[in-house]
Design a protein around this ligand. Structure first.
Ligand code: NAD
Length: 358
């Protein structure tokens, strides 16, 4: 079995961390008896430099024809002064839209050997922390009608939150299906005490919940969720929510794990094609110094194997290898807490070695 993977190395630390992730994928593929072909395409700052646009048509074509897309990170100060539609980040929004990726999955896991990095008190996370945030990615207020007007109160601006039953159902299903593969628990977040769009969200989720009687389902208001994430985060398994609430809550959930360099993400749509990337940015401050932590990107490849290629064993092996690397005490500078650290490449070497036995 051979799979084509489109690779967007991107800017800043992107090429360094993606290089390690590809080495890990190749070793996992060899061990579990399948093969991968990688095809490099441009997006973000490098694409602007080489083609004049952040998302060339050729990139969309190759990504659509692939089984999955692996992305490092894009952006950097060099391109910060360009107009919005020509900035590297426009490439990110563009590729998600072009591939129809409406669901963003972000696990927030506290690895036991790194629990000192968690900013919460030890007793709060004594039961561990393993949350999957499922965020709607292509609807809601970020894509609704907006504008400015003059009234007797002076200048005004407005943004519109709009969701259809179809949009809520399809993201809701991703939440329920993900819960079935994990702890069988789904919490849907809304603001149904105030917003009409949230009332439709809640009604639709309740209807859907009847189709998944084995999943323990509950609703929570967004303000309460923000509180519970720092008060009792272990109560959550899978959390599903709208675009804006998800944007904010997924950052909060990530930060309570304490290590931005450890967190992967997946963006999915209706088919199996997905886009996999670390949650962090291009870290221009450490680019080219072999100091970046490649583990978030390596863990993104485990999600790629699980969700797009259905290679569960290989995905498990990568996750186990990362866990083992941490247990053996290997750390890059961002998670070393003052102790000796190894570089990007050396961390890649450690994970590659451990996959052979994981
Ligand atoms: P950032 O995530 O790049 O960096 C924040 C801090 O975390 C920096 O100190 C950085 O050195 C550190 N860091 C990030 N990833 C790390 C890793 N793997 N290992 C070790 N340390 C790591 O966020 P920023 O500085 O706000 O943004 C830098 C650029 O990245 C900007 O141009 C921004 O637009 C872009 N960005 C891109 C994406 C993306 O491609 N999906 C996401 C966020 C930001």
């Amino acid at each position: 079995m051979n799979y084509n993977i489109a690779v967007i190395r991107g800017d800043g630390i992107g090429p360094e961390i993606v290089g390690e992730a590809i080495r890990v994928l190749e070793i996992a593929a060899k061990r579990f008896g399948f093969s991968l072909s990688f095809l490099d395409v441009l997006m973000g700052g490098r694409a602007i430099d080489e083609t004049g646009v952040p998302l060339p048509e050729e990139t969309i074509r190759v990504c659509k024809a692939s089984s999955a897309v692996l992305l490092g990170a894009v952006g950097g100060p060099k391109w910060d002064t360009l107009p919005g539609n020509l900035r590297p980040e426009a490439g990110l929004l563009g590729i998600r839209a072009a591939l129809g990726l409406y669901a963003n999955l972000r696990p927030a896991v506290l690895f036991d050997p790194l629990k000192d990095a968690c900013p919460l008190k030890a007793e709060i996370v004594s039961n561990g922390l393993d949350i999957l945030m499922v965020r709607e990615l292509t609807g809601g207020i970020y894509f609704g009608e907006r504008g400015r007007s003059q009234s007797i109160r002076g200048e005004e601006a407005y943004d519109t939150e709009r969701y259809s039953v179809m949009e809520i159902e399809r993201i809701g299903r991703i939440g329920f299906e993900a819960a079935k593969k994990r702890g069988n628990k789904l919490t849907s977040i809304d603001k149904a005490n105030v917003l009409e769009s949230s009332r439709l969200w809640r009604e639709t989720m309740h209807r859907l919940a009847k189709e998944y009687p084995d999943v323990v389902y509950d609703d929570m208001l967004v303000d309460n969720c923000a509180m519970q994430l720092v008060r009792n985060p272990s109560r959550f398994d899978v959390v599903v929510t709208s675009n804006m609430f998800g944007d904010i809550l997924s950052d909060e959930a990530s930060m309570i794990t304490g290590s931005i360099g450890m967190l992967p993400s997946a963006s999915l749509g209706d088919g199996t094609l997905g886009l996999y990337e670390p949650i962090h940015g291009s870290a221009p401050d450490i680019a080219g110094t072999n100091a970046a932590n490649p583990l978030a990107t390596i863990l993104s490849t485990a999600m790629l194997l699980r969700y797009s290629l259905n290679q569960q064993e290989a995905a498990d092996a990568i996750e186990r290898a990362v866990q083992k690397a941490l247990e053996e005490g290997w750390r890059t500078a961002d998670i070393a807490a003052g102790k000796p650290a190894i570089g990007t490449k050396e961390m890649g070497d450690v994970v590659c070695r451990l996959i052979e036995t994981a």
